[in-house]
Design a protein around this ligand. Structure first.
Ligand SMILES: Nc1nc2c(ncn2[C@@H]2O[C@H](COP(=O)(O)OP(=O)(O)OP(=O)(O)O)[C@@H](O)[C@H]2O)c(=O)[nH]1
Ligand SMILES: [Mg+2]
Length: 219
């Protein structure tokens, strides 16, 4: 009798017998003013942790998370950028190749909301996006848990409507409100846009249930 370990070893060493599955690698980038909570949103989504004394980001960082949306398994590569103006030249080279841009502001900071248009322009310029209004942007109003609100939901939705019909989420990285929904919507937006095949990569997943086709026996 063949042990399952041996069978697994045989299948792995014989990739033609194993069925390789495909997973989409999607690059999502978080942009917005310094302090609005971009790093906190990424950390909440990927590690389910929140730090109330997080340092400003310098340059860019990224984390991956696998998820399934509407039956499609994808690997989300989340790029977190430094929002402070002095780090502009460190972040902009990383915009190219993004599949979705999460424009983030803080609900308790009206200026960060006013700056959304600048972030959108900066992204479109450095990512070389020809038609920004048809690119998948998602807008996040973060720090929903803070009572001193400076931006109303109505105002934010109006901006989204008038600037390309972007989806809008009010989130709290602190108490995890709507964070997963926002990232899932980003994936939906990307998958519904056309021409996704260029983002398919081979993963190492091997389906051990599928039996290898028997070699034709020689007489
Ligand atoms: N109350 C509350 N505080 C938050 C929330 N998200 C982030 N913060 C806090 O706001 C501060 C700034 O958060 P960061 O995640 O570092 O902000 P950032 O957008 O990454 O800032 P830069 O890296 O400078 O661009 C930190 O002290 C966080 O703990 C939230 O949803 N609610
Ligand atoms: Mg940060």
């Amino acid at each position: 009798m063949v042990s399952s370990e041996l069978l697994s070893g045989l299948l792995v060493s014989n990739p033609t017998a194993a069925m390789m599955s495909k997973s989409a690698l999607l690059k999502v980038i978080l942009l917005g003013d310094g302090g609005v909570g971009k790093s906190s949103l990424m950390n909440r989504y990927v590690t389910n942790k929140f730090d109330s004394h997080l340092f400003h980001t310098i340059g860019v960082e990224f984390l991956n998370r696998e998820l399934e949306v509407d039956g499609r398994r994808v690997t989300l590569q989340i790029w977190d950028t430094a929002g402070q103006e002095r780090f502009r030249s460190l972040r902009t080279p990383f915009y190219r190749g993004s599949d979705c841009c999460l424009l983030t502001f803080s609900l308790d900071d009206g200026q960060s909301f006013q700056n959304l248009s600048n972030w959108k322009k900066e992204f479109a310029y450095y990512a070389d996006v020809k038609d920004p209004d048809s690119f998948p942007f998602v807008v996040l109003g973060n720090k929903l848990d803070v009572p001193e609100r400076q931006v109303s939901g109505e105002e934010a939705r109006k901006w989204c409507r008038e600037n390309g019909g972007h989806p809008y989420f009010e989130t709290s990285a602190k108490d995890a409100t709507n964070v997963a929904s926002a990232f899932e919507e980003a994936v939906r937006r990307i998958l519904s846009s056309e021409d996704r095949d260029d983002h398919l990569i081979q993963t190492d997943t091997v389906n051990l249930q599928k039996k290898p086709r028997p070699e034709p026996s020689c007489c």
